[in-house]
Design a protein around this ligand. Structure first.
Ligand code: ZN
Length: 340
C-alpha cells in the first residue's frame, strides 16, 4: 500500500492525566492512580489513531512527561534533585536540567508498561520513539564524563538496551528523535550518526531518525524566523544519513521552508514526510495533505513515502490534534486514489 500513515510520536495528554497545552506538564495524580491514568490514556491514544486511519501507531508518549526526560528518569548516575539552568540547542532557550554525576546505567526497563499496553490494544504496526544520543546530551548537564562524545556513546549503549527490549515487546519500529541534528551539523557528521548507529545496533525491526525544527512553541517559531527564507540544514546531514544503517528519516515538509528537492539526497531511505503542521492550529484539509505528498513524490519514489506529522503534538489542543489526525488519514487515502 502506498503512503502508509504514522505520527511523529506524541499526542496531547487528556486533562485528567496532565495539565493541558504545555510542555513538561505536571501530572494530575500520583502512585497507582497515575499509573492507571497513564494506561488509560495510552489505550485512548492508540484508539484515536486507529479511528483516524493511522497505519503505524504510537503510544502517544502518554506515560512520559517529556520526550527526553522520560528516558532519563530510569537511569542511574543522574541527579534529578539538583537541576541547573542550561542553554539548549545553542542557547535557543533555557531549561532547568538534571546533571550526570556518576557512570550511567539503566535501573531496569524504561518503557515496558506503555509499550506492552499499546501492543495489547492494536493490531496495527507500532512505532516507539526514543530520544537520540545527541539530543539527550544537549538536554542534560555533565559533571562526570567531561567529554560530550563519550557521554553520548554512554547514552547510546543504554538506548540500545531499551530499544532491543522494546523490539522484544512487539514494537515494529524504533524512531530516535534528533532535533539537535538541525543545530550541530558538523558534529552530526563527526560522531552524531555513529552514536545513533550504536543506539540502533542489532535491531531487526525498522529503524528511523526524526529530525525536525521542533514543537510549535514560541522559542522554536522565533528561531525559525532567524533561519532565512530557505532552511538548508538537511542539505548537510542527509548525505551522511543516507549512508548510515538507519532505514527511515522523518522530517518536516508542511509549511516548512525546507527546499523540497533536498529530499533527493536520501535515495536509500524511506522518507516519513511531515504533511501536518504542528506549529499552527489551522487544520489541514485532505487536499493540503495530497499536495505535500505530490511535492515529495517528485523527489522520492512513491513506494518510499510514509505520511506523518511534522513533529510531536504534545502541546496542542486535543480537539485540534484529533482533527489533524483525521486530515492525515483522509489525505493519505486521497493521495492513494490520485497517485496510486
Ligand atoms: Zn520533532
Amino acid at each position: 500500500m502506498l503512503f502508509p500513515t504514522t505520527i511523529a510520536g506524541s499526542l496531547p495528554k487528556p486533562e485528567w492525566l496532565a495539565e493541558p497545552n504545555i510542555l513538561w506538564a505536571p501530572w494530575k495524580a500520583q502512585g497507582d492512580e497515575l499509573a492507571r491514568a497513564k494506561r488509560d490514556a495510552t489505550v485512548l491514544a492508540v484508539k484515536i489513531q486507529e479511528d483516524a486511519g493511522i497505519d503505524i501507531v504510537t503510544e502517544g508518549e502518554q506515560a512520559r512527561q517529556h520526550f527526553v526526560h522520560g528516558f532519563l528518569e530510569k537511569i542511574e548516575g543522574i541527579d534529578f534533585a539538583h537541576k541547573v539552568e542550561m542553554g539548549i540547542r545553542k542557547d535557543r532557550y533555557k531549561a532547568m536540567v538534571p546533571q550526570v554525576v556518576a557512570p550511567l546505567q539503566l535501573k531496569g526497563r524504561v518503557h515496558a508498561g506503555e509499550a506492552l499496553t499499546a501492543r495489547a490494544h492494536t493490531r496495527n504496526r507500532l512505532k516507539f520513539t526514543l530520544p537520540g544520543p545527541m539530543t539527550i546530551i544537549d538536554t542534560i548537564s555533565d559533571q562526570y564524563y567531561g567529554d560530550r562524545v563519550k557521554m553520548a556513546f554512554a547514552f547510546a549503549e543504554l538506548l540500545n538496551q531499551e530499544a532491543k527490549a522494546l523490539q522484544a515487546d512487539g514494537v515494529d519500529m524504533i524512531q530516535f528523535d534528533e532535533p539537535a541534528f538541525n543545530v550541530y551539523m558538523d558534529e552530526v557528521r563527526d560522531w552524531g550518526i555513529k552514536a545513533l548507529e550504536r543506539a540502533a545496533e542489532g535491531l531487526t525491526c525498522a529503524t528511523a531518525v526524526h529530525i525536525c525544527y521542533g514543537y510549535g512553541i514560541k522559542a522554536n517559531t522565533d528561531w525559525k524566523q532567524t533561519l532565512g527564507s530557505e532552511w538548508r540544514q538537511y542539505e548537510e546531514t542527509f548525505p551522511v544519513i543516507d549512508k548510515s544503517t538507519i532505514q527511515q528519516v522523518a522530517i518536516e515538509c508542511r509549511n516548512s521552508k525546507v527546499p523540497i528537492e533536498l529530499l533527493g539526497a536520501l535515495p536509500a531511505k524511506i522518507v516519513q514526510a511531515g504533511v501536518i503542521d504542528v506549529a499552527s492550529d489551522e487544520v489541514e484539509t485532505p487536499e493540503d495533505v495530497v499536495q505535500v505528498i505530490e511535492a515529495v513524490a517528485r523527489h522520492v519514489p512513491k513506494s518510499n513515502i510514509i505520511a506523518t506529522t511534522n513533529c510531536g503534538m504534545a502541546p496542542m489542543r486535543r480537539d485540534i490534534a484529533e482533527a489533524k489526525l483525521l486530515a492525515l488519514g483522509a489525505g493519505a487515502k486521497l493521495a492513494r486514489q490520485r497517485l496510486g
